[in-house]
Design a protein around this ligand. Structure first.
Ligand SMILES: [Zn+2]
Length: 270
């Protein structure tokens, strides 16, 4: 599943091919993805210039004057800029034809992705109530500390709550907690301000690293294949239950938290 770094990498790869381009047509090969595609997409996008490509949480927003096309990649979605003559495959559901002779093509075999519409001056309900972006100054140790008081949830579940902070998926939560030395099972309300400072910094460092990695694999976005930003050999705990801790050598513990597989070191993380 694409996580925040892959979505940000996608955004950075797409933007130079889209911003300033005019959309000459929209082809919808089915009426819905995860949800019905609103009629505004077909009606309002043609002849509009793309003003910006933005990201909020794991959503991409293509800004035009009347509003934004809101895209989510779901489990298996992929966005590519291709020559307009590229043959259409079975899972190529949407094309936005550009005045550059290329198309922005949305491919999604499992159709958990979506294409929605947000009118200018409004916030789509899916974006309302989201916490801050992890890579902005709004997200830091003080913020986590203040919000976590009296919280009974495990700190990992708290960190993955999109209302607290967006885009910290299972891999990144597990790795950040290891780096900060905090056991994922510890109750969020019992973590000190200082330790939340370390955790917030670990989240930022790990996401920024993954975005840079994604960037380096993206030499030519026209051939991008959605390679994930994080390499398996860089993981300290995610997916490594029962294997030795890379720091102390002890066997990593494993459990399910909030219905997500979780591994951690009982010695390095308290
Ligand atoms: Zn250890």
């Amino acid at each position: 599943m694409p996580e925040l770094p892959e979505v940000e990498t996608t955004r950075r790869g797409l933007a130079p091919h889209l911003v300033g381009r005019r959309i000459t047509g929209v082809t919808l090969r089915r009426p819905d993805l995860r949800w019905p595609i609103p009629r505004e997409i077909k009606k309002l996008l043609p002849q509009q210039e793309i003003l910006a490509v933005r990201r909020r949480a794991k959503y991409l927003l293509l800004d035009i004057e009347p509003g934004s096309a809101l895209l989510h990649l779901g489990m298996s979605g992929m966005l590519r800029v291709l020559p307009a003559s590229t043959p259409v495959g079975a899972h190529d559901h949407v094309d936005m034809v550009l005045d550059s002779g290329r198309v922005l093509r949305f491919t999604d075999p499992r159709r958990f992705g979506c294409l929605l519409w947000q009118a200018s001056g409004t916030t789509h309900e899916l974006l309302a109530g989201l916490g801050p972006e992890p890579l902005t100054d709004d997200f830091d140790g003080h913020y986590l500390y203040e919000l976590s008081r009296k919280r009974k949830a495990p700190v990992k579940t708290f960190l993955m709550d999109q209302g607290i902070v967006v885009g910290v998926g299972n891999i990144y939560a597990a790795e950040a907690l290891f780096r900060a030395g905090i056991a994922p099972t510890r109750l969020a309300g019992t973590v000190s301000r200082e330790r939340y400072g370390r955790l917030a910094q670990a989240v930022k460092d790990i996401l920024a690293h993954a975005i840079r990695r994604g960037g380096t694999t993206l030499r030519d976005f026209l051939n991008a294949d959605g390679a994930p930003g994080y390499f398996e050999q860089e993981l300290f705990v995610y997916g490594r239950e029962g294997e030795p801790c890379k720091t102390c050598g002890r066997r990593l513990r494993g459990d399910r938290l909030g219905n997500r597989a979780t591994a951690w070191c009982g010695h390095c993380q308290r």
